[in-house]
Design a binder for this molecule. Structure first.
Ligand SMILES: Nc1nc2c(ncn2[C@@H]2O[C@H](COP(=O)(O)OP(=O)(O)O)[C@@H](O)[C@H]2O)c(=O)[nH]1
Ligand SMILES: [Mg+2]
Length: 389
């Protein structure tokens, strides 16, 4: 097809002869006097000449690619637009993005670490997002700069928590001192955690002095978030059943504060009883942070005084652990553990991506399942043939 025969972007302007034929607003084939006839509803408008108004549709201008210097400067100057793009960069799985993200993190690392990192967990519906909204507004009004991150590997599947967070935090979203980032999408808990951790560092470099990390209390999530925060808060509900709340000893043991939420209206009494019961259990347990006694309190998003008290506990914790050196020791340990976790994840990845493993694995699985060879022997064979390790 020649370029001339392609359909033109601008339609040809109407034939002026047509305009004449439609004088009076009716085509010339309409019988005389038909204007008065209700059967004729046909009235043809004269065509409009598009002329210069017919600008062909142009795609929106592509955003300028940022250089490493642009990213670094923007983040350190707390340019929220650049910060958001930097976070998108660390969330990307593209190798070239990851390389740039690592360079950026290396540059901003000396400016990180100046925040209080608080993890908040609890079953869905416990009231975490609502609590963060109320507490967050209180803190921002006091002059703090607050970043709220979410860690929820299931959100990429359901999309649920992102929607929930957006609607629950509508005042905080508009607060000029607050920055809210939903959970990164993309698979494994390890992957989501890596991205959130790096996002946390970027937010610190951008001058946020409080980071709240909301996580859904299911499976391994709590343990992973615990490994990236200074203080871990478990939100509970009165009478919801310990098992249901993931209140198995393991989760209580890693918490620095328990809070029975929704202690308002006729629920206050029940919440207080539940808190007293938890305090009894806590008195038998080893505290999560040496030198800090984990306690259980009650709170409600409808009663800001309870949230002020809750934050007061976190302040006390920071003063105590900064003084004793426990905070610094925890962060140093966390950074090293994180490195180990990433090595393990990468090794696992390389192992299962190895074509030789792909070929051998199904057969060996069968042999192990049918008791032909011991599991350990099969594992050894696979590891020996993997060049990855
Ligand atoms: N009575 C009462 N209801 C609350 C409180 N906090 C949250 N809720 C309600 O509990 C439901 C779940 O809250 P949400 O913050 O989304 O919980 P999340 O899933 O833990 O983030 C919502 O309907 C809230 O309105 C509270 O302090 N008191
Ligand atoms: Mg929520």
């Amino acid at each position: 097809m020649s370029p001339d025969s392609a359909s033109p972007a601008v339609p040809p302007s109407p034939d002026p002869a047509c305009d004449c034929a439609m004088a009076g607003g009716l085509p010339d084939w309409v019988p005389v006097g038909a204007e008065q006839d209700p059967k004729f509803a046909c009235r043809v408008m004269a065509g409009v000449s598009l002329g210069s108004a017919a600008v062909p549709h142009k795609p929106p201008a592509k955003r300028r690619k940022l250089t490493l210097d642009d990213y670094t400067q923007g983040v350190l100057e707390s340019d929220i637009g650049v910060l958001s793009r930097a976070i998108t960069l660390v969330e990307s799985n593209h190798p070239s993005h990851q390389a740039l993200a690592q360079q950026l993190l290396t540059r901003v690392l000396p400016h990180t670490g100046n925040s209080i990192r608080v993890g908040i967990t609890g079953v869905p519906g416990a009231g975490k997002s609502t609590l963060i909204e109320t507490l967050g507004c209180l803190l921002c009004d006091q002059g703090h700069r607050l970043a709220v991150l979410a860690v929820d590997p299931s959100s990429s599947v359901t999309g649920g928590s992102i929607l929930g967070d957006k609607t629950r935090m509508e005042n905080l979203v508009r607060h000029p001192h607050a920055y809210i980032r939903p959970s990164p999408s993309g698979g494994s808990l390890g992957g989501v955690a890596r991205k959130s951790r790096e996002t946390m560092l970027l937010c610190e470099a951008a001058g946020f002095d409080i980071i709240l990390v909301e996580t859904v209390g299911v499976g391994q999530n709590e343990v992973t978030v615990r490994s990236m925060v200074d203080f871990f808060l478990l939100i509970m509900l009165a009478g919801a059943g310990d098992e249901l709340q993931g209140m198995k000893k393991g989760v209580i043991e890693i918490a620095d504060l328990l809070a029975v939420n929704k202690a308002d209206g006729d629920n206050i009494q029940r919440a207080r009883l539940a808190a007293a019961e938890s305090n009894r259990v806590l008195s038998f347990l080893q505290p999560a942070t040496p030198g800090w006694q984990t306690r259980c309190i009650t709170c409600s998003a409808h009663d800001p005084a309870t949230l002020t008290e809750l934050w007061g506990r976190i302040d006390q914790f920071v003063v105590a652990t900064r003084g004793s050196g426990a905070l610094t020791a925890r962060r140093e340990r966390q950074a090293v553990e994180w490195m180990h976790a990433m090595i393990e994840e990468e090794l696992r990845h390389r192992f299962f991506r190895n074509p030789r493993i792909h070929k051998l694995l199904p057969g060996l699985e069968q042999q192990v399942a049918s008791n032909q060879i011991p599991a350990a022997t099969a594992a050894q064979q696979l590891l020996n043939c993997s060049a990855a390790v």
